[in-house]
Design a binder for this molecule. Sequence first.
Ligand code: ATP
Ligand code: MG
Length: 862
Amino acid sequence: MADTPMVAQYKRIKAQHMDKILFFRLGDFYEMFFEDAEIAARELEITLTGRDAGKGKRMPMCGVPYHAADSYIARLLEKGYKVAICEQVEDPKTSTGLVKREVTRIVTPGTFLDPQVLEAKKNNYLAAVAQYGTSLGMAIIDAGTGDFKVTGFNGPGQVEALRSEMLRLQPAECLYPQDDTELQQLIKELQQFFPVLPSPRREGEFSLPTSLTLLERELASVNLPEGEEFQAGACAAGAILFYLRETQKVDPIHIKGLEAYRVSDYMVIDGTSRRNLELTRSLRGDKTRATLLGVLDYTFTAMGGRTLRQWVEQPLLNKERIEERLEAVEDFVADSALRTSLPDSLKDIYDLERLMGKVVYQTATARDLLALKRSLALLPAIKEALAGVQASRLAALREALDPCTDLWQLLEDALNEDPPAGLREGNLIKTGYHQEVDRLRTMAQKGRKWLAELEVRERERTGIKNLKIGYNKVFGYYLEVTKSNLDAVPQDYIRKQTLVNAERFITPELKEWEAEITGAQDRCIELEYQLFLELRQRVAGEIERVQRVAKIIGEIDSLLSLALAAIKNRYNKPVLTTDNRIIIQGGRHPVVEQMLTDTPFVPNDTLLDSQNQFLLITGPNMAGKSTYIRQVALIVLMAQMGSFVPAKAAEIGVVDRIFTRVGAADDLASGQSTFMVEMNEVGNILRNATGNSLVILDEIGRGTSTYDGLAIARAVAEYILEKLGAKTLFATHYHELTTLANDYQQVKNYTIAVEEQGKDIIFLRKIIPGASDRSYGVHVARLARLPEAVIRRAEEILTLLEGDQDTAEEIASSGPEPVQLDLFSFQEREVLAAIQNLDPLNMTPLEALQVLVVLQSLLKGE
Ligand SMILES: Nc1ncnc2c1ncn2[C@@H]1O[C@H](COP(=O)(O)OP(=O)(O)OP(=O)(O)O)[C@@H](O)[C@H]1O
Ligand SMILES: [Mg+2]
């Protein structure tokens, strides 16, 4: 059976977009058919209907109104689909037969641009990964803002580094060569941490020569550093350009350049550490307020929000650049007038970058351009407000800020102040901008005036008081007379329509004027549409200027945000050095201090230098060990992003990397045991930390038996002390580790003070030199309201254990597992010696595991 012509057209187009949902334009709707309709009906919860497919066959169908399509598209993208938009590319009124249709745009999670739906203060990234030679490359673009970056990785740990970088950027979609199973696997793994759509692409789109040609052709300047890793990066970047061209169908002219960077240009923070430190997401749930970013974010603009997020995620290494930011923040802190006047302008600035993205992709409406105009109008005031700033960075930003007065003037002259949402309804262009528009409008106006006069005239002539003139789409203008007055209708009225209570008439004269009016209106609408397209094209030509402005606004807003946070939270300016020391007076945890409601946060000091390189912190459960060691990491990180810090004073020697290994968190999703995850992470630290790194270890070794855990913890500590020299804070319940201080003079023992009051303990939260010999775990168990019977029994066992060894053994032999241990039996010494002689850097993970199995059986005495 033959399909109808339209169904045949549909099938022909759909065949080229099998991996997408096809939005097929039919009049005012996008319709979906067949399988697409079934998917869309289910995912969007819209009604599935049917349509005649020719010869009595029916096909499933559902549709969404075209003007509301974006929110439906967004929902499909969120669920991991791509959408192809198929438009009518000729006017149905003038075409004969079937209207021509074409796919004009493909929307994918990484190329979605609607500022209404996207999270404003977060980039929406499209990534690509590629291999070249022995290197890995990655490129990333925010198609809305035009930010385009490339990097590469080489050597051992390159996969790890790529993974970290992807975890940082969290792209919505990632392109990879379809046959590369390794990269495919990597993206799959990443899906466990954030939603990313894998987009397999043809191998050829990643080839180096093709990519380089494409980059040269599309971008103003391509300046890639030497090295195979950047060749791999170029392959990825080329694939992105290819993909953008294919999906957006217009030149991606708003991509000004490709910025090459190395991850080592910034402080390196691996994915685990980012999570542990809760930089942009909290460990439990997604409450962003309970994160470092949440505490620092007082930005007013979308650009500022995105910039600040980047700063939090990429702290700097260069002391001068850090100081530039600090100085700027200090200026804002000192100038309260500036601090209050700037927000007035900033808060009304729209998302310039994404507006310009829409302009370039030709989806911007008159309302978008109006938003652009209103934003540009605020620039002179901002420049003016910054007139008196001292800080060199702020002065430079002020100088560079282009007030774009000419562009504002153009939009001010051309654009109507209250344009409709659509482009085909007229009212886009301001009176006085274009003679012909003005003339057509006057004509239409004259016509409408004539109509009004006609109404009055005809009422008089016929004596029908309630005669009125109306309009509808089918009959055009008409004269309406109610039933009761029908006898008064004159001869020359021609009846057109009968309603329940009235009849509608026309006259030849009325029709003549109608032709005048609608003719003028139609021509005006068409002309306004053309003028608008011209205007949008001219604005697109100003892309580079507006983008520079957006970047500057983003930076000013971010610096101001840091100042506002500093004042609100009582932060102070840190001093940056390069002498590898960290001295903090009265430091606080920026997030925990916000969360405490009824108790004040107790500040603590920190000293890390060559004599105090390794701080071992023991102390009762709940005392504040984890909080303390994280607070040091966060203060260092904040200082290096250019923020004031929660401390009375701080002197921070710039660190190159921050590592954290925290608690035992199960990672069932990736099919790894708790302990395996922990060992992987520790392995990563030992392979990558340097003498300039800061290492935060919280209870490593906890995920296995006490003997194993203690052995590994001690071996790790010794390795850090002897081989790495990294500044380390190590919180542990293994009191046995405090003997490290006897063997290494740079190890210092600290504990967190508590006061015992009978059976209760009071947490003083003060860090003091020394070691704690008790965990007070039972106290905490009581606080947590464990059954009283359990607590009493635990206390009994504890007393016996602490009291005399024989009883302890008695209990142990009858109980499941010994609780307290002698330090280092014969086997353990053997194990320790074995670990000491290992060379983890030259072992595969599998070898390491095998060794671990042997060590464990040694400890078990097998
Ligand atoms: N300096 C401080 N001032 C006030 N309250 C604090 C301070 N440090 C920690 N706290 C509070 O104590 C709680 C427990 O702290 P933390 O988790 O750091 O203890 P811990 O010693 O690591 O415990 P555990 O041994 O069980 O891991 C925190 O959630 C916080 O509410
Ligand atoms: Mg803890």
